[in-house]
Design a protein around this ligand. Structure first.
Ligand code: PEP
Ligand code: MG
Length: 320
């Protein structure tokens, strides 16, 4: 049964009643993107550009960057590719951007914040993206990681405009961004929830520490509430902008249903999870997904949220 369920994946994510939820891939470069396209991804929801340059001590040239970005765009002609600007930090150091002596790196100069200390690198990356976009047929969206305020979102949007990039967005992975999503989404065209960091920061639990794994799960009702607030912000008057999820939460089929019920518009994940997420999503209507989201939000703990939702999704037993 498992094999046939997964073989059914058509490359189009939708609920039982036909509510479309595009299923996108998280990739780190051209090879990943080609593999994701073969597995049916409808586009790229997170291109982690820092993965292209982890070996580098010095900033890659604009031309070198453009070639790396083009290799991903070329795997998805005519499709959406959401590129994330360099997200260097403690877990992903890039010597030309990061300071390895920071005392508290998760709260340090990382992601978009590296523009405070190393101005110019982000402008040149945006220039490279615009150059690669001109040479390809992908529908290129660009987002900044670790945005905390509407002011930062506005500044990033203006940098994108200066570079000729038409669709600027932000990752919502800092709780302050979820709480001010309405103001942030006035400044940019879209948002993508990074549930890995959003969970780490909401729960004050380092995502790399095993002993904190029970705290560090996106099933935490507090995290689900932040997802809901972000979607609400996107729906405030005159302001309906897409909000996707690109954290690992989207790869958990039961959680993917809950996120859909919370109003998230796209799900981006490691490509090998696409088929299972599609298989479970198509067993529920949008209204059922909304009920399951309410159920999860009402749970007193992450463990119960997960157990209660899974109990209502019998297809999960068939997937194993
Ligand atoms: C996230 O934080 O959820 C995310 C998608 O980004 P990364 O895992 O690369 O920090
Ligand atoms: Mg992140």
């Amino acid at each position: 049964a498992t094999a046939s369920l997964l073989a059914d994946f058509s490359g189009t994510g939708a609920t039982a009643d036909g509510h479309l939820v595009p299923l996108l891939a998280n990739v780190g470069g051209g090879k990943d993107a080609e593999a994701a396209a073969k597995l049916g991804a409808q586009g790229v929801g997170l291109f982690r550009t820092e993965f292209c340059f982890l070996e580098r001590d010095t900033e890659p040239s604009v031309e070198e960057q453009a070639a790396a970005y083009k290799s991903v765009f070329d795997a998805f002609p005519g499709k959406k590719v959401v590129l994330r600007t360099l997200d260097a930090g403690a877990d992903k150091p890039l010597p030309f951007l990061t300071d390895s002596t920071e005392p508290n790196p998760a709260l340090g100069v990382r992601g978009y914040r590296t523009d405070f200390t190393t101005p110019g690198v982000l402008d040149r990356q945006l220039e490279a993206i615009a150059l690669a976009e001109k040479q390809s047929e992908a529908d290129v969206w660009v987002m900044a990681p670790m945005i905390s305020t509407a002011e930062e979102a506005a500044r990033f949007a203006s940098m994108c405009a200066d570079a000729g990039i038409k669709t600027p967005g932000v990752m919502v992975e800092v709780p302050s961004a979820a709480l001010t999503a309405e103001a942030i989404l006035r400044e940019v065209a879209f948002a993508s929830l990074g549930t890995n960091d959003l969970t780490q920061y909401a729960m004050a639990a380092d995502r790399q520490l095993g002993p904190l794994a029970n705290l560090n799960t996106p099933w935490q009702p507090a995290v689900l509430r932040l997802v809901g607030l972000t979607v609400e912000g996107s729906r405030a008057e005159g302001n309906t902008k897409p909000v996707g999820v690109c954290g690992e939460a989207a790869a958990d089929p039961a959680l993917a249903v809950v996120l859909t019920g919370l109003g998230v518009s796209t799900l981006s994940m490691t490509a090998r999870s696409l088929a299972a997420v599609a298989a479970v999503l198509k067993t529920v209507t949008l209204e059922e997904a909304q009920q399951l989201a309410k159920l999860a939000l009402s749970a007193p703990s992450a463990t119960e949220a997960r157990a209660w939702v899974r109990e209502k999704l019998p297809v999960l037993d068939e997937l194993g």
